[in-house]
Design a protein around this ligand. Structure first.
Ligand SMILES: Cc1ncc(COP(=O)(O)O)c(C=O)c1O
Length: 450
């Protein structure tokens, strides 16, 4: 029945039966199908995808190799769990991830179902394994939506959900909006942030000998695709080493080629102690991973298990996804196409006065919309209107950011140059139309976004 229903009918039923708690919507788009970098709604209309479902669809939609691997596994068995039985796809995937993650020393893998549970498992296991009680994370970070990971996150979306009194939030070195104030530029922002941690927090409320780990995104995604200066990660690594603190890289969104390297930490050759994966790892199926030294992951049994985590179907999809990423050199493609896309966005969109900044790495790009280029006051309403107008024109993307004013551009990595040019043209038109008043306040009112 659903397959013959119109987009409008399905959207109306969605409003009646699907909980708001699971939604941040920007348009009434009904995703009914997809191929390559294109999505199809329930009315058969095609849309170019500049979002990849929040950086899940690295390979685009309906990748043949992943589909075949999933079907082959389902034909063997529809379910093989990991907590009380062994399954080969999980073992193969664990071995593969251990070989891929940068850094020396033995490692193992833990599997879950979403980026949130990977963060939560890592948090719980690290506290138990180290015997330390405190954890550090960054303002602006997004680590998940379980109770514990909302407390770990420093995103403004979670300001109403305080928690985690043992978690200290650190300023993230944003070169565009220095957290210490507009009068400071980007040159000193890394030292300002880390001096504040070591010279002040560690000497006052947060004794470093009680800090187990720092959770960090090497590119902070949901705060608006903030790329820190290149000395940040090495200096953070050194700070951790000075105090015996574990460095946890949350690569849930940045991992598997999104930023033009297999992992975002590789841009600065920083090895993390613990790496967290999710989103794209399952090729669309639920799958997350923690890759860490055995002394952390083996610190006890049954501490972080879900009945269907490490299931053979998701792991088979994960293995196939990695085979495509490697076999089709998607990491290099992401780097090359990302440079091209960022260049085109800066060139074409830069003429619009509210485009304050175009930044990113690889195929993770943020377009920061402001009311004024000098004050950099965020323009959330314009972001909402641009995203809505883009959908009307045939382009899917979302906005993110600490103030909800950043157009997030994270397309499938397989986008062609023609598709890039087409998407940039549509976005250019969407901004022009939104500025010309072609999207009413009423149209975007039901789509509050962030
Ligand atoms: C960096 C990062 N970590 C963790 C998560 C949580 O992942 P999930 O929503 O799949 O549980 C997200 C989600 O956006 C994320 O961006």
């Amino acid at each position: 029945m659903a397959s013959t229903a119109s987009s409008a009918t399905i959207a109306e039923r969605d409003a009646r039966f699907i909980a708001s708690a699971i939604k941040i919507r920007y348009t009434p788009f009904v995703l009914a199908g997809g191929d390559g970098a294109w999505l199809v709604d329930a009315d058969g209309r095609r849309f170019l995808d500049f979002g990849a479902g929040w950086s899940v669809a690295h390979l685009g939609y309906s990748n043949r190799h992943v589909r075949q691997a999933v079907v082959a596994q389902l034909e063997r068995t529809t379910y093989a769990g990991l907590n009380s039985t062994v399954n080969l796809p999980a073992v193969d995937l664990a071995e593969k991830l251990v070989s891929l993650i940068p850094g020396d020393g033995p490692k193992k893998a833990w599997f879950g179902l979403s980026g949130s549970d990977a963060n939560e498992a890592a948090l719980r296991l690290i506290l138990r394994a180290t015997g330390r009680r405190r954890v550090l994370s960054f303002v602006g970070s997004w680590h998940g939506t379980t109770e514990a990971t909302m407390g770990l996150s420093g995103h403004t979306a979670f300001t109403a959900a305080p928690g985690g009194g043992h978690i200290t939030k650190l300023p993230y070195p944003d070169p565009y909006r220095n957290p210490f104030g507009a009068r400071f530029g980007s040159d000193q922002v890394v030292d300002q942030c880390l001096d504040y941690v070591e010279g002040y927090l560690f000497k006052t409320v947060c004794p470093p000998e009680d800090v187990a780990a720092v959770f960090v995104e090497a590119v902070q995604a949901d705060s608006g695709d903030v790329v820190p200066p290149p000395d940040f990660m090495p200096k953070l690594r050194a700070l951790c080493d000075r105090h015996g603190i574990l460095l946890v890289a949350d690569e849930v969104k940045t991992g598997l080629g999104r930023t033009g390297r297999m992992f975002a930490v590789e841009h600065t050759e920083t090895a993390a102690d613990v790496v967290l994966l999710g989103k794209s790892l399952g090729g669309g199926l639920p799958l997350s991973a923690v890759v860490a030294p055995p002394e952390i992951l083996d610190c006890g049994s049954g501490i972080a298990l879900f009945t269907v985590s490490g299931n053979a179907t998701s792991c088979a999809a994960g293995l196939a996804t990695l085979e495509v990423v490697e076999g089709e050199s998607l990491v290099d493609l992401s780097a090359r196409n990302g440079d091209y896309l960022r260049g085109r966005l800066a060139e074409v969109l830069g003429k619009h006065e509210p485009v304050g900044d175009v930044r990113g790495l690889g195929m993770m790009i943020g377009v920061d919309l402001v009311r004024d280029r000098v004050t950099k006051e965020p323009d959330q309403r314009l972001a909402a209107k641009v995203v809505y107008r883009a959908w009307e024109l045939g382009l899917i993307l979302f906005y993110a950011g600490s103030w909800g004013n950043v157009l997030e551009i994270t397309p499938p990595l397989i986008l062609t140059r023609e598709e890039i040019d087409h998407g940039v043209d549509l976005l250019d038109r969407a901004i022009a139309d939104a500025l010309a008043g072609k999207v009413s306040d009423e149209a975007v009112a039901p789509f509050a976004g962030w």
